[in-house]
Design a protein around this ligand. Structure first.
Ligand code: NAI
Ligand code: MG
Length: 329
């Protein structure tokens, strides 16, 4: 049976990199029945559509969603990101944002970013906007349930690995309310996982360790905003943003999970044939894993090994394809 996949290429380099990801997955043996959804900043500029509820309901019928990137300089920041990407994450309850990294020395670690709460929940507002007395607030929403389900996912993932180690990253010394909730929840859940070793780092210290001593990390769990920033740094230390893949998971499979490269639509290089498709291909491999196609997923991942980290899209795509052919002969 083919897997039913919704594809949102999106803006800028998004369609270029998802096209390569689909080609590579199929060449590796994946049987995919794909439907393209014309969504992104370009569509908003055409007819004002971002992600209406009817389309969201349609997306629910697919096994998974593969997304390139959305957002374009012609649309004010936040309109598409909030209206499309965050809406999909919140409405489909994709509460685990999983981002694996492979360092140049071969060490592999994973960051779990909470994906539905924190400062991204959109709590806040303006008072006296545009005046000298303007006030803007941006709240952070943290629920016990929201923190616990992510932390629990972290412990389960850590338990499944050879080195059973989980680090909580937060800023408990300053964010004494949300940090306290996260820290207490982490301590309580850890009692159920005596086989998993734990650590805690403040987020600023974690930035230093990511650069100077990243092999200390095996699985990291953190909140939405810290995870967003820390995983861009994770991309930078592991071969660049052109390689960083991610999965937005609904682990209970009550809705389709969404797979996307960490990078954005890169308007500066869009249409020039200079996008590295590897991050999208590796996101495709994460999708195949989630669909139960782990043999094909591994084949895709192996094919990405040793390919150039920059250059023309088609050259990198052919290098991946060549590796696949060699693997199969
Ligand atoms: P970006 O990730 O699009 O680009 C940052 C820099 O990295 C640029 O110099 C770009 O050329 C380069 N780059 C990114 N991906 C690359 C790739 N695959 N190969 C080679 N170079 C690559 O981030 P930026 O510029 O902050 O955002 C551009 C737009 O994308 C904005 O509208 C932003 O909101 C949106 N965005 C969307 C995301 C998503 O759909 N998940 C994530 C991040 C940003
Ligand atoms: Mg980001």
């Amino acid at each position: 049976m083919p897997h039913k996949i919704a594809v949102i290429g999106g803006d800028g380099i998004g369609p270029e990199v998802t096209a390569v990801a689909l080609d590579v997955m199929r060449a590796a043996g994946a049987v995919l029945d794909t439907t393209d959804f014309r969504l992104g900043g370009f569509r908003y500029l055409e007819d004002g559509v971002i992600l209406p509820d009817e389309i969201l309901e349609e997306l629910r019928r697919y096994e998974a969603i593969l997304l390139g990137a959305v957002g374009t300089p012609e649309v004010p920041p936040g309109v598409i990101e909030r209206g499309l990407l965050l809406k999909a994450r919140f409405e489909l309850d994709l509460y685990v944002n999983l981002r694996p990294f492979v360092l140049p020395n071969g060490h592999e670690f994973v960051v779990i970013r909470e994906n539905t709460e924190g400062t991204y929940a959109g709590e806040g507002g303006f008072l006296r906007k545009g005046t000298a007395d303007e006030i803007a607030t941006q709240g952070s929403v943290n629920t016990r349930k929201g923190a616990e389900r992510c932390i629990r996912y972290g412990f389960e993932l850590a338990r499944s690995r050879t080195r059973k180690h989980l680090t909580l990253v937060h800023k408990t010394n300053v964010l004494t309310f949300s940090g306290d909730l996260w820290d207490r929840t982490f301590q309580e859940v850890s009692n159920e996982y005596p086989d998993v070793e734990t650590a805690y780092n403040h987020v600023d210290a974690a930035c230093i360790y990511f650069v100077e001593d990243p092999t200390r990390y095996e699985v990291v769990v953190t909140d939405n905003l810290f995870g967003d920033i820390l995983t861009d740094l994770g991309g930078a230390i592991s071969g660049g943003i052109g390689l960083a893949a991610s999965a937005n998971l609904n682990p209970e499979r009550m809705a389709p999970s969404l797979f996307e490269p960490v990078h954005g639509s890169a308007p500066d290089i869009a249409g020039k044939g200079l996008a590295n498709p590897t991050a999208a291909v590796l996101s495709g491999a994460m999708m195949l894993d989630f669909l139960g196609e782990s043999v094909i997923a591994e084949r895709v991942r192996m094919a990405c090994e040793g390919v150039p980290s920059s250059g023309r899209t088609e050259e990198i795509a052919s290098a991946i394809h060549n590796n696949l052919v060699q693997d199969q002969t």
